[in-house]
Write a protein that binds this ligand. Structure first.
Ligand code: ZN
Length: 657
């Protein structure tokens, strides 16, 4: 654990960040002993967020940070530093070397260094070397939070908006900065890099023209596509991939520079955003993969789900946040990065939010977490209550949900892919899951899972369907909803239809609402027990390999399986409006799969009811978070436990029943 504070001054940021009297420029002296007693070991200092401390060329002012680090050491803690070198000071902004980010919409600049600047590496190296010369050694820092780019030093592009404009006025006296969410890639270096990257991908401009269905005569004509073309999605996907990869490359470059100068320090990469608007440019699986060679931990700032989104209940807030966290946690699990969690600013957590945050830490297998000092001090009783529970555990998760990255990238206005988000949030009530995207599947992550659930996907890479099919043939069980049509980026429906047991003559039949006739009631126990279980559509003309598990009254297929090798694809015909039917099939597939074949295994049904008591199985037991308004009883390993509202409890596996 650690604790930071934001360096602020009396002028503040237009009162935006703290209410009057709340702001602190350093920790109150009596907080050190409280934090120490609660187990905090590291304290973080942020550098100025929108300029650096090189006041004139070659002249560095470390006095403020020296004083804060000394106070941290005197308090018995280790220090973490969070530098922000990507907003160079005014004198560098005025130099010929500086290439700023420019928005695509208006071609206006902000004083944040372009990731494509040929001078970006030497700029970061200059700053990191100066820091290493000042802080290397036993009295230096113990960890570095790698400031990369954007508003808050995360691996994201500048987003600005009202807060960003205010920050620039506060941080460097810049009045009325032009700053808004956009693709910030309109500088000449970015355009050159995009052209070179795109042509390199295909080998020649001629080959690119073939794939893009374009007619460029020379590279200089090649421009950013402004919107995705549904009939020709590849140019847009190449643009988004380049935009994401550029931020990942910048992050890797910065990580390598730090690791070279600080071979033994704790290094952490900040991942922000939470949701995944394309303009963020943050690749939540590519970045953990890119950080692994430099032994850089990942720190997600999306923890503490229950302090935001007021339109949802506490339980719904947890459920909506969980797939966001697990998207990053699953990548860290696969690529081998240590994971830290961090709640977003500002610090305003109450008891329930704090308890939920601790459950997120345990469920994600995080090795540590960061919190704002105010959150810890104001919730000291919660941290005391759960001190013994806060050990690093390894969640045992064998169900994955597919994050449809390609479909998402083709919807520029979308912050998260629905219905992935809604489906994942809903089924968290009855099971625990990881999240895999197309990169994780390409790298082999499915081998670690028993069941894969797909929600509402329409376009995927051909390689992804091939990867899923190969995993099914090796014994996996994939669940498909709505039966598409799902096509490859090239427009081919055949690979997905083959996986789903669809034949060329298969067709969907809309009918009046009819009760579902469950034909395999040993497998579909939960579906059979569902009251008023009706559907509006079924399928006819499935392939000969398909076995109908449930049908509509007129005999059309509502649920079927199609065996491939040692595994199976289980398909639900219903559309998203009938997702409750799909949810019950998911529950049957996770807890009752062996009914389809003895070679399939089932997850133990410790906590498979539709309530707001959530759980995660770990190597030493099962951990519950009860967000019901009343105490609930749960049974596992022969023991029954009553869990209070808004509380965490564990049933240990090593206690005999
Ligand atoms: Zn603009």
């Amino acid at each position: 654990m650690n604790d930071p504070w934001m360096p602020t001054t009396e002028s503040g940021i237009k009162g935006h960040f703290y209410q009057e009297g709340e702001r602190q420029t350093e920790l109150p002296s009596d907080w050190y002993s409280i934090l120490s007693r609660l187990g905090v070991t590291m304290l973080q200092v942020d550098s100025e967020h929108h300029t650096t401390n090189e006041t004139m060329p070659g002249v560095w002012d470390w006095a403020l940070y020296d004083r804060l680090f000394e106070a941290i050491r005197n308090g018995g803690f280790q220090a973490i530093f969070f530098p922000h070198w990507h907003w160079p000071p005014d004198w560098y902004e005025d130099s010929d070397e500086f290439i700023p980010c420019r928005c695509l919409e208006h071609d206006e600049a902000i004083p944040c260094i372009s990731p494509w600047s040929p001078h970006a590496k030497s700029w970061f190296e200059r700053c990191i070397n100066a820091m290493a010369e000042h802080y290397d050694g036993p009295d230096g820092v113990a960890g570095i939070y790698l400031g990369i780019h954007g508003d808050w030093g995360e691996a994201m592009y500048p987003l600005g908006g009202e807060v960003g404009v205010a920050c620039l006025e506060y941080g460097r006296g810049l009045k009325d900065a032009h700053w808004h969410p956009d693709f910030w890639c309109n500088d000449p270096c970015a355009r050159d890099d995009f052209r070179r990257t795109a042509i390199r991908k295909y080998g020649s401009l001629t080959a690119l023209n073939d794939v893009w269905q374009s007619q460029y005569d020379n590279a200089a004509q090649l421009d950013f596509p402004r919107t995705p073309d549904p009939d020709n999605p590849r140019p847009w996907l190449d643009f988004i991939e380049w935009y994401y990869d550029s931020m990942t490359s910048l992050s890797a470059m910065v990580a390598e520079l730090y690791r070279r100068r600080f071979p033994n320090l704790l290094l952490m990469l900040p991942l922000g955003g939470g949701t995944e608007a394309l303009v963020f440019g943050q690749d939540n699986t590519g970045l953990p993969k890119a950080m692994k060679p430099f032994n850089v931990a990942i720190r997600s700032t999306a923890s503490g789900s229950t302090q935001s989104n007021r339109q949802y209940s506490t339980a719904e807030k947890f459920q909506r946040n969980y797939p966001i966290l697990k998207r990053i946690a699953s990548a860290c699990k696969f690529y081998g990065n240590e994971l830290w969690l961090e709640p977003p600013w500002p610090p305003k957590m109450g008891r329930t939010a704090t308890v939920t945050k601790l459950f997120e830490v345990l469920s994600c297998g995080a090795v540590a977490f960061y919190d704002w000092s105010r959150n810890i001090v104001e919730n000291a009783d919660v941290f005391e209550e759960y001190a013994e529970l806060l050990t690093v555990r390894t969640p045992q998760v064998d169900t994955a949900i597919f994050f449809p990255a390609t479909s998402h990238r083709l919807c520029p206005g979308q912050s998260m892919p629905e219905p992935f988000w809604e489906g994942a949030a809903d089924i968290r009530r009855v099971l625990d899951f990881d999240v895999v995207d197309e990169r994780l599947i390409a790298d082999g992550a499915l081998a670690g899972y028993r069941v894969l659930i797909i929600f509402g996907t329409d376009v995927v890479e051909a390689e992804t369907i091939a990867g899923i099919t190969a995993w099914v043939e090796a014994g996996g069980a994939v669940l498909l909803d709505g039966v598409g049509p799902v096509r490859t980026v090239e427009g081919d429906r055949a690979p997905y239809d083959a996986l789903a047991g669809m034949a060329p003559e298969s067709g969907m039949v809309e009918t009046g609402p009819a009760p579902i006739e469950v034909r395999h009631d040993v497998f579909l126990q939960h579906l059979a027990a569902t009251e008023h279980c009706i559907v509006h559509r079924g399928y006819t003309g499935l392939s000969g390999d398909a076995e109908i598990l449930a049908a509509s009254g007129d005999g059309n297929a509502v649920v079927w399986q199609c065996r491939h090798g040692d595994g199976t694809a289980i398909v639900c015909a219903g559309d998203w409006g009938e997702r409750r039917v799909y949810y019950e099939i998911i529950r049957d597939a996770v807890y009752n799969l062996s009914a389809l074949a003895p070679s399939f295994r089932d997850a133990p049904a410790y906590n498979d009811h539709w309530d707001d008591c959530f759980s995660t199985v770990t190597e030493d037991g099962i951990i519950f978070l009860n967000l019901e308004p009343v105490a609930v009883e749960k049974t596992a390993f022969g023991r029954t436990l009553s869990i209070e509202p808004n509380a965490i409890a564990i049933i240990s596996a090593d206690v005999p029943g």
